[in-house]
Design a protein around this ligand. Structure first.
Ligand code: OAD
Length: 247
């Protein structure tokens, strides 16, 4: 493992353009549950019942009561952890340009990264299902579920539900950045949801190194990634940043 940290430090030092693709695993140490695996949201709920656009349209109150209310409480108070801070530090050091995240929690921006592509939208905002007016989630009154817009329409997270398209500009820019980077850090994602999981494939096919940080293997491991540094995002990022700072 120390060898792989050293390898990552050398690869980061040598790379021109570095980008990161992150998933729910990077936010676990901030108290936000992942989707899959032990303690994951999809262990407790059927995503088709609470996270599919058809479920939201059919019964918004149910989706709010089961998923959105709980997510709002968690996201309202969550703070960036060492994994997020490590990526912000890499940007400060001029070693990271863009973070492509599947997360909707806003923690990369809170940590200080300035170019964050929110591939699955954001939970920091709600939008009216009728007139598209937006409200900051933390200001939304949830004493009545589902909360409503001043026009009377129902509010929904400004995030991508299953069955919905990825925002065009997020998809377009992510593809560009993936095909143009020299190194992609892939942190805390099971790499099972498309088209996000395609970004490391695009990077690899375009000649970039792909470095995974995850306590578990993923479908990218040994196929697309050059190597997997096995461990939690906070610990591994701390060690990488500390070693880079010494160079
Ligand atoms: P998943 O919940 O599928 O995967 C979480 C990953 O984090 C797994 O690979 C874990 O091994 C890893 N992990 C666990 N602890 C970790 C730690 N401390 N540090 C780093 N990694 C750790 O989450 P995503 O891959 O992000 O989509 O899921 C992708 C998409 O599926 C989500 O964006 C969401 C969901 O359905 C939508 O909502 C549209």
């Amino acid at each position: 493992m120390d060898d792989l940290i050293q390898q990552a430090v050398e690869d980061l030092a040598a790379a021109g353009k570095v980008t990161a693709l992150t998933g729910a695993g990077i936010s676990i140490e901030s108290g936000i549950p992942p989707f899959r695996g032990k303690g994951g949201l999809w262990e407790r709920f059927d995503p088709m019942e609470v996270a599919h656009i058809d479920a939201l349209v059919r019964d918004p109150a149910k989706v709010w009561n089961i998923l959105v209310k709980e997510m709002k409480e968690i996201v309202d108070t969550a703070e960036p952890n060492d994994g997020h801070k490590g990526l912000a530090r890499l940007e400060e050091m001029g070693k990271l340009e863009t973070v492509i995240t599947q997360n909707v929690d806003g923690l990369h921006q809170a940590a200080g990264n300035t170019d964050v592509i929110e591939f699955h939208g954001t939970f920091a905002w709600q939008r009216c299902m009728d007139c598209s007016r937006k409200y900051e989630t933390r200001d939304v009154d949830i004493s009545k579920i589902p909360p409503c817009c001043i026009c009377g329409g129902i509010l929904r997270p400004d995030a991508v539900f299953f069955g919905e398209m990825i925002p065009q500009d997020a998809l377009w820019r992510s593809r560009q950045i993936a095909s143009d980077c020299d190194l992609m850090l892939v942190i805390g994602t099971s790499a099972t949801v498309q088209p996000a999981a395609l970004m490391p494939v695009i990077a690899k096919e375009s000649g970039a190194k792909v470095v995974e940080i995850n306590p578990e293997r993923t479908p990218l491991t040994d196929q697309i990634s050059d190597y997997l540094i096995m461990g939690g995002a906070g610990d591994i990022m701390n060690r990488i940043v500390a070693a880079l700072e010494k160079l």
